[in-house]
Design a protein around this ligand. Structure first.
Ligand code: ATP
Length: 405
């Protein structure tokens, strides 16, 4: 289907598959996207998640036809569109800046593209799209008479009205405040299920990707590091980048000292950590293993060693952040530095204080082993390494370098 073949009513038609085969984009002296292979099934909500500069927008622009790939192919609904002009692709994009025509009514904004292409029932289709985003009642207003969230919904209606087989969303909620953003995430997901189109959403917000998408692909330096349902990526990250970018992780590295039929044991600076083989990418040599902060329990005395549990300590609580439903503890261990523990606030008496000596334990079944080559790496990585932390980390590294100079 092209943009010219707008169905004469109804939003029930499904979207199309998107397939990228070895998609590569090199700018002079810089590779932004490197051999991307992925298939997005028709009707799914797919999120491309990654830090600033990882190549997300370039990938979107390649799919939309706004950039020419250096190598590789793009197929939409099984049809090769690699050399098809942007306006002939069955694709629409919703950008962060919604760019509505200020002098036109909301209805005219939505109907504009259809009218230009002399689609007969343009106004009816525009009403239908506005009903979908629950804004038909303000069709007569001008864009400035709507809130930011409402304007973004109009931009969505304007894209959906063209019945693209594939809708590209480039950080579409980035300009909204946090509360509205969270509300729009749920609404956008509902709209996608209603219309059944294929949505490809680009974002650097991990919570947004996990809340909305059926499948999340974590992108790093022009490549996809891991792809799968959000829960799978969270519970079983394969690389330290994914473990740190998607949520927080406590990571440790050491030599594998023994392997049984079901689990392996590593020696991390003298502490034994057991990991199920099925949850570990590598089973020999120097490896990195980890556990999510909410899987870790705090103890005021050394817990008895028991099968199926990893125990670590003692350490000292060096920071406590109370956030109502849970408390985040920073526990500093002499050899591992600061670790993070999230505890549910189910009882007042279980609160620990800054300075308390504590031990940590977690079920072996919650540990995961990463694929990274950690030779020469420090015994522990930083617990949190999301986008904001990358900036903080670089600044700290720079300060340390300057101090050392
Ligand atoms: P952000 O979230 O900040 O938008 P992104 O993941 O979308 O980041 P891209 O915009 O795809 O990243 O850029 C990927 C890399 O390619 C960046 O390092 C960027 O500087 C580089 N790049 C993008 N466009 C060009 C260009 N026209 N010429 C040279 N380099 C470019």
């Amino acid at each position: 289907m092209t943009n010219h073949d707008v169905p004469q009513g109804g939003f029930a038609e499904a979207g199309a598959d998107l397939e990228l085969v070895g998609l590569t984009k090199r700018f002079p002296g810089f590779t932004a996207v490197e051999g991307l292979d992925l298939t997005i099934p028709a009707g799914s909500f797919f999120a491309l998640l990654g830090p600033s500069g990882c190549g997300k927008t370039t990938t979107l622009r390649l799919i939309a036809g706004l950039e020419e790939p250096t190598a590789g192919r793009i197929l939409i609904g099984g049809k090769d569109v690699t050399t098809t002009k942007a306006y002939q692709r069955p694709v629409n994009t919703v950008f962060q800046s919604y760019a509505l025509f200020p002098h036109m009514s909301i209805l005219d904004n939505v109907a504009f593209g259809l009218k230009r292409r002399a689609i007969k029932n343009a106004e009816n289709l525009a009403h239908e799209a506005l009903r979908l985003v629950e804004l038909d009642h303000v069709g007569g207003r001008k864009p400035t008479q709507l809130s930011g969230g409402q304007q973004q919904r109009v931009a969505l209606a304007r894209a959906i009205v063209n019945r693209p087989a594939l809708l590209l969303l480039d950080e579409p909620l980035g300009a909204l405040d946090l509360k509205l953003r969270r509300q729009m995430q749920i609404e956008l997901k509902d709209i996608q299920s209603d219309v059944g189109l294929t949505f490809l959403h680009v974002t650097h917000d991990q919570e947004e990707a996990m809340t909305m998408a059926d499948t999340v692909a974590v992108m790093n330096k022009g490549r996809i590091e891991q792809m799968g349902p959000p829960q799978e990526l969270y519970e079983l990250p394969r690389t330290s980048f994914v473990a740190k970018f998607l949520g927080q992780s406590n990571l440790f590295s050491g030599e594998v000292t023994s392997v049984s039929r079901t689990a392996m044991v590593i020696d991390a600076s003298g502490t034994k950590i057991e990991v199920p083989l099925a949850r570990a990418q590598r089973h020999t040599g120097h490896v990195t293993v980890g556990v999510r902060p909410e899987k870790v329990s705090l103890h005021v005395a050394a817990p008895e060693a028991s099968a199926g549990r990893n125990v670590m300590g003692p350490g000292r609580i060096t920071d406590v952040s109370f956030s109502g439903v849970s408390t985040q503890y920073e526990v500093t261990m002499p050899v591992f530095g600061a670790l993070t523990v999230f505890a549910q606030n189910t009882s007042i008496s279980s609160m620990h204080r800054d300075g308390d000596e504590v031990w940590l334990s977690w079920a072996v079944d919650h540990a995961f082993g990463l694929a990274d080559d950690t030779d020469g790496a420090s015994p522990r990585f930083d617990a949190d390494f999301d986008t904001s932390m990358i900036a903080v980390q670089s600044r700290k590294n720079l300060e340390a370098e300057l101090e050392g100079a």
